[in-house]
Structure formats: C-alpha cells, structure tokens
Design a protein around this ligand. Structure first.
Ligand code: THU
Length: 162
C-alpha cells in the first residue's frame, strides 16, 4: 500500500470567441495572422502564437520547420524567444495559440507539445507570474487556461536548482 495518494486537478474554461473580452479577441486574431507566416513545408500544419506584454505590445511567431525534422521549431517557442530578445524586461500577460491544417479543418483547440509546455512554464518562472493561455483551432471554442502550469501541472522549474 502507498503511504500517500496524490492527485492533481486542472481547470480550464471553454468559451465562445465572441463572448471573450476584446483584448483576448485581438490576441487570437494576431495568432491567426501569424499562421500565414508559418514555414511548414513538411507537415503542412500551421501554428501561430501571439503574446500580449505588460508594455502593451503584441508579438507573434509561427512554426519554423527544417528538412532535418527534429530541428523543427514550434510557434510557441519561436514566439517566446522573440519576446525575450526584443523586450527582455517585459512581462507576458497572455499567450494565444491557433492552429490550421490545410488538409482538414480544425475546429477544436490543439494542445501545445510537451517541450513548449516546459518552455512556457520557464517563462512564467522567469517573470514570477502566470501567463493566461488562449487556445483555438481555425474556428470553434476557445480554451482559456489561467497558467501554463495547467498544461504541465507536475512541472520542473528553477526552484529545484541552486
Ligand atoms: N507545432 C507547433 O508549432 N506547436 C506545437 O505545440 C505542436 C506542434 C508544430 C511543429 C511542426 O512544425 C508542426 O506543428 C507539426 O508537428
């Protein structure tokens, strides 16, 4: 018998895009615009991300593939690298992630990959503050998550080190 049983619960909301605050809708639109900038000749799967910073700026990015497949860079990580190198002092308030598959319509949000979840949690650790996450397909409901840790509840971060 185990000494303790542990459990983790994650909570998120599913919302109609039209019912969201205007700032959220603007960020989702910026992520959709970023989809067109994806370089995805191998998977043909387009991912766009956009972040709202506490200085009011919106930055965006898209996935960036490579013929050597493991080198493919996801939209989330390319966007976060842009933030850190453009406004290193800024805090990220929100991040919207949209996907498009030209082969079949995506009407549900797609979940960020595990590597991106880890990097998103690092961004929260770095700024000592949560990032609200908005996920949407090409159409359909928006999933609203209060933090990247909702996606990666049993996370590793810098607090284990040093
Ligand atoms: N992709 C992202 O950009 N973000 C994710 O979280 C999942 C996957 C990209 C990587 C690759 O270019 C394509 O989607 C198919 O995996």
């Amino acid at each position: 018998m185990p000494d303790h049983n542990h459990s983790l619960q994650v909570n998120w909301q599913s919302v109609n895009a039209e019912a969201l605050p205007q700032a959220d809708q603007i960020l989702l639109a910026a992520a959709a615009e970023a989809l067109d900038k994806a370089y995805a000749p191998y998977s043909n799967f387009h991912v766009g991300a956009a972040v709202l910073l506490d200085n009011g700026e919106i930055l965006s990015g898209a996935n960036f593939e490579n013929a050597a497949y493991p080198m493919c860079l996801c939209a989330e990580r390319s966007t976060l690298a842009t933030v850190i190198s453009t406004y290193p002092e800024a805090k990220i308030l929100q991040m919207a992630i949209r996907v498009r598959n030209p082969q079949k319509p995506v009407s549900q949000p797609a979940a960020p990959c595990g590597a991106c979840r880890q990097v998103m949690v690092e961004a929260e650790h770095r700024q000592s503050g949560d990032i609200k996450i908005l996920l949407q397909g090409e159409s359909g409901p928006v999933y609203v998550l209060a933090s990247a840790k909702v996606l990666l509840p049993f996370y590793f971060d810098g607090s284990f080190l040093g």
